[in-house]
Write a new protein. Structure first.
Length: 162
């Protein structure tokens, strides 16, 4: 293999090697994209995973609710109305004959308004808020561990349909 045959052989090998290197490079990128795509699809379309995530969010919501016992409470009230009253007075003039009766009518409209605001801050409630907070945090951690454990239902079922 001298001359032209050797050159063609080298060019062929370099071409095949270059194509193989490019394919391996693209293959690594493609598999990473494919794995990323599979994880995204699993998060979006797997009902078992979505149900576990929703249950975890529901349990996690108990923590801010328990912490709300430390916050002040405000309430504002307002009311209003319109009152109308009418009064009729009857007076009899007995100094003249025949007696004359005079009716006086008095009507009045009154608008009423009432506003109020109240703020309360619990100073001590027998450690109820602290205990509720600890309980909610423990439940949240336990639920998160249950979701992440290898024995969970999510990890025992395939992510994508086969």
């Amino acid at each position: 293999m001298r001359g032209r045959g050797l050159r063609e052989n080298i060019v062929r090998r370099l071409t095949v090697g270059g194509i193989a290197a490019v394919a391996i490079g693209y293959g690594a990128t493609a598999s990473a994209d494919t794995l990323e795509w599979a994880i995204v699809q699993a998060y979006q379309n797997n009902p078992s995973l979505n149900a576990q995530r929703a249950a975890l969010r529901a349990v996690d919501e108990n923590v801010p609710q328990a912490l709300s016992g430390y916050r002040p409470k405000f309430s504002v009230t307002a009311s209003g109305g319109y009152n109308y009253f009418r009064e009729v007075n009857k007076s009899v003039n007995q100094q003249v004959f025949p007696n004359t009766v005079i009716y006086n009518s008095l009507g009045e409209s009154l608008g009423t308004r009432q506003f109020g605001a109240t703020a309360t801050q619990t100073l001590f409630n027998g450690f109820q808020t602290a205990n509720r907070t600890r309980q909610a945090e423990s439940q949240s951690r336990a639920r998160a561990r249950r979701c992440a454990s290898p024995s969970s239902k999510f990890f025992s079922t395939p992510l994508l349909p086969t």
